[in-house]
Design a protein around this ligand. Structure first.
Ligand SMILES: Nc1ncnc2c1ncn2[C@@H]1O[C@H](COP(=O)(O)OP(=O)(O)OP(=O)(O)O)[C@@H](O)[C@H]1O
Ligand SMILES: [Mg+2]
Length: 227
């Protein structure tokens, strides 16, 4: 049997607030194969962001295991987790979180610049990624000089900067009008198809979710394949 790309096993996570306990994930087990394009749907508050944060190692679960290409992620030390997150994961959030004082091109290159990779090739790759998301003409714009959809495309280009294996997108179209949102989803499908990046995309939009080959639903603390 081949090793799964991503395997989540019996992951649970609860929040405690004012003495009350909320069981958000109650033993989630799921496998995702390399190259898959998966949407994750579920009611508001069902735990979609929590799940994505756990998979992306931004949050620590109470229990459970996770294997990335056979490697046990929750057994890694801090340095290994940081490297895993940097090298293997790309994030796109509902808000773009671009740095206002930098141009689109610099924002895209930022993950490489933070790792002190050479500036010139980093900016060159940033340009290529901006071209891929259809924004060559906006490379010199600062976030305040971009539309919402354009900002989100810059954020997607930035997420691709370090060539992630797994792209995690948390309602990347949540703040956009439906047609701009569909544009972002089309772009995500293109990135998945052309670059082979495996992607998990949280969305509230059933139509967009249906445009993905596989749909997962978070309900009652569990993730199941939706029909
Ligand atoms: N830091 C926290 N402390 C306490 N409770 C929290 C915390 N973060 C999230 N929660 C609760 O956990 C549950 C799941 O939250 P989560 O953000 O994962 O939901 P979601 O499915 O992403 O919702 P949405 O679609 O609205 O983004 C919610 O009921 C939320 O109120
Ligand atoms: Mg959320």
């Amino acid at each position: 049997m081949t090793t799964p790309f991503l395997e989540v096993l019996d992951v649970s996570k609860s929040y405690f607030l004012n003495g009350k306990r909320i069981d958000v994930l109650r033993g989630v087990s799921i496998q995702i194969q390399q190259g898959e394009m998966v949407s994750l749907i579920g009611a508001s508050g069902s735990g979609k962001s929590t799940f994505l944060h756990v998979v992306g190692t931004l949050d620590i679960p109470a229990a459970g295991r996770m294997f990335f290409r056979g490697q046990s992620v929750f057994d890694m030390n801090d340095a290994e987790v940081a490297e895993f997150r940097n090298k293997s994961i790309g994030f796109v959030f509902q808000s773009h979180y671009l740095l206002p004082e930098f141009t689109a091109e610099e924002n895209v290159a930022m993950p490489a610049l933070i790792l002190r990779q050479d500036r010139k090739p980093s900016l060159k790759r940033a340009r290529e990624l901006l071209e891929r998301v259809g924004l060559s003409a906006r490379a010199e714009h600062r976030p305040g000089e971009l539309s919402g959809g354009e900002s989100q495309r810059v954020a997607l280009a930035r997420a691709l900067m370090l060539k992630p294996d797994l792209l995690l997108a948390d309602e990347p179209t949540g703040n956009l009008d439906p047609s701009t949102g569909e544009g972002i989803h089309a772009l995500l499908r293109e990135v998945n198809r052309d670059l082979g990046v495996t992607a998990v995309v949280v969305t509230h939009n059933e139509t967009l979710a249906r445009s993905m080959p596989r749909r997962l639903r978070l309900k009652d603390g569990l993730v199941v394949d939706a029909d």
